[in-house]
Design a protein around this ligand. Sequence first.
Ligand SMILES: Nc1ncnc2c1ncn2[C@@H]1O[C@H](COP(=O)(O)OP(=O)(O)OP(=O)(O)O)[C@@H](O)[C@H]1O
Ligand SMILES: [Mg+2]
Length: 249
Amino acid sequence: MSEPLIRLEGVKKAYHTAAGDFPALRGIDLEIESGEFVALLGRSGAGKSTLINLMTGIDRPTAGNVVIDGQAIHQMSEAQITRWRGRQVGVIFQSFQLMPMLTCAQNVMLPMDFANLYRTPKAQYASALELLAAVEIREHADKLPSAVSGGQRQRVAIARAMANEPVLIAADEPTGSLDSRTADAVFALFSQLVAAGKTVFMATHDRELASRVTRVIRIEDGELVDDERQPSATTHPPRGEPHVEMAHA
Ligand SMILES: Nc1ncnc2c1ncn2[C@@H]1O[C@H](COP(=O)(O)OP(=O)(O)OP(=O)(O)O)[C@@H](O)[C@H]1O
Ligand SMILES: [Mg+2]
C-alpha cells in the first residue's frame, strides 16, 4: 500500500493550565489517504480544533507522530513548518483569522507570496477575484473584513485557504456561519477539489453535510470512537442549487 497522506500515531495533546494538565487528545491513531473527503464530528470540546491544529503543524503534540505526505511535522523547526504549510496546506480557522487592515482580495493574495505563485500583483489579484467568485463574494473583494458579514468573512477565509493550491485543506467548521444554500456552495467547492485529487479534512457540526463526504470520523473526549467510509456519498444531490466555478481545480 502507498503511504497515506496523513498518518497520526499515538498522538496525545495535553494543555497546561493553572488547574493542571488537561488531556485534549488521548492517543489518536489515524490514516487518511490522498483524495479522501473526511468529516470530523464531535461535541463542543471533544478535540476537533486541537486535532486540526496538530495535523497542520499549528500546534505540536505532547506525544506521538504526525506524518503528512511522508514528512514528520512534529520533528520540524517552526521555520520548516511554516514553509511546509505555506506550500502544502490550506487552513480554514474556526475564527477565520483574516488580516483586518487588508481588503478581502488582499487577504486572499497573501498566501500566494508564500507559495511563490503568480509573480505579478495583477495576476495575484485576478486569481483572488476568481477564488472570491467561487465562494460568491467577488463583489466584496475590495472591502475590509470589518465591512462584510460574518458569513462573508468565513468565505474570504475559505478562498484564502485555496490560494496556495494546497494538497490538503483542513477546515475547522467552515460552514458554521453560513446559511444552508451557501454551505452547499462551499461543499460543492470542496467536492470539486476532492475530484481534482486534493484531500479535504473538515470539522463540522452539520450532520447533513457530513452525510455527503467519503468518510466520517467521530471524536469524543479526545478519542476517536467511530470511523465510517461512505464510498458513494458525494453523489447525493445538494440541498440547494450552488453555482460554483473553481479557479484551480
Ligand atoms: N489553549 C488551551 N488551553 C487549555 N485547554 C484548552 C486549550 N484549547 C482547548 N482546550 C481544551 O481542550 C478541549 C478540546 O478543545 P477543542 O478546541 O479541540 O474542541 P472542539 O472539539 O474544537 O470544540 P468546538 O466544537 O467547541 O470548537 C476542550 O476541553 C478545551 O477546553
Ligand atoms: Mg473547535
